[in-house]
Write a protein that binds this ligand. Sequence first.
Ligand code: DSN
Length: 420
Amino acid sequence: MPSSQEKAQLAQTDNEIFLALKGEEARQRSGLELIPSENYAFPEVLTLLGSAFTNKYAEGYPGRRYYGGQENTDRIETLARDRAKALFRAEHANVQPLSGSPMNQAVYLGLLEPGDTILAMDLSHGGHLTHGAPVSHMGRLFNFVRYKTDPATGAIDFDHLLAVAREAKPKLVVCGYSSYPRDYDYADFKRVADEVGALTMADVSHIGGLIAADVMRNPLDAGFDVMTTTTHKSLRGPRGGLILCKEKFAKKIDASVFPGLQGGPHMNQVAAAAVTFRLAALPAFRDYAQQVTVNAKALAAALMERQVKLITGGTDNHLLVIDTVASFGINGAEAQEALDRVGLTTNKQVIPDDPNPPMRPSGLRLGTPAPTARGMGEREMTEIGGIIAETLAAKGDRIAEEKLAARTRALTSRFAVPGL
Ligand code: DSN
């Protein structure tokens, strides 16, 4: 959160970058972020990300660093680890992963050998690139076997999953998602993993904040070995990753993050994560997380009232996926572009077994963490659902889109962006 004096200096040094910053701030204020993995960071997070901690190298861990001058970095990393453990009821925490992908890579590389089999969710059914998509390096290093959701119910068929696990004999069972709008019973995954002698890992990056607030189930309560989460999504922290695990895996995970995969941790990010874990433990954050899920249901209801087809027919968490082809006869890229023109930021999304390619998929993904952070509630979700449905039905009619853009601006002008 640079001061106006700091901004004036930036404008003098590099006006092009200054103008881009002003443009992005204006875009965030006048538009609305509906991408489920995006959020407005806590103001304290913005302050710490631009703080003196960005100047410091701190390879190693508290009390065991390679460079001097670590009295403050040791303090913030210890606080971050202790707060993360308390928040998520975990035995061990590593707060150094630079972001979500290295976080998951550190777990695979720390607990497995190249070539080992990992059972994880198919990307088009809601999984993530780092869950073994063939285009990812992890997909080439490990033998990923994928499970899918049941096309009729949208849920996971655990009898089928068990049959696949018995055949594949994975060393690790991964669950977690980036576009699956429902919840799991983690005990079902644990049962499958136990039966075949596999370790368990939940990547809860999207719902980390909802789990911290106890609004959604915590996989560690079901006995999972490892849980990973990014800190910048529903948690409203800095861009970064967090690995939580049983104490017996602590040494392997720590060595895998550093020196295995990374060099110096970003201590400005670690400081910001520490304050995030403190804020996420407060009652106000629980209210926020609860409202995120209430808002998602309200947005889903507003869309379904207008005959919009949602994957799985609704949501249990913070996100929803529209089948834009079935609902409006347009692909997800066309839908995303139309919504950009009216000030709503969304992302095109593949749907289960999508016949269309990822750059022109059949769906669109929406989420409520960001509008909820601006203070919006169910009434605003009903209005947003109306703007979305009318925009996509307008099929590029620019006069209709002008009126819809004015409705977005009327809405966003009433709700400030935290930290801006
Ligand atoms: N990019 C994130 C998402 O949008 O889900 C995951 O890495």
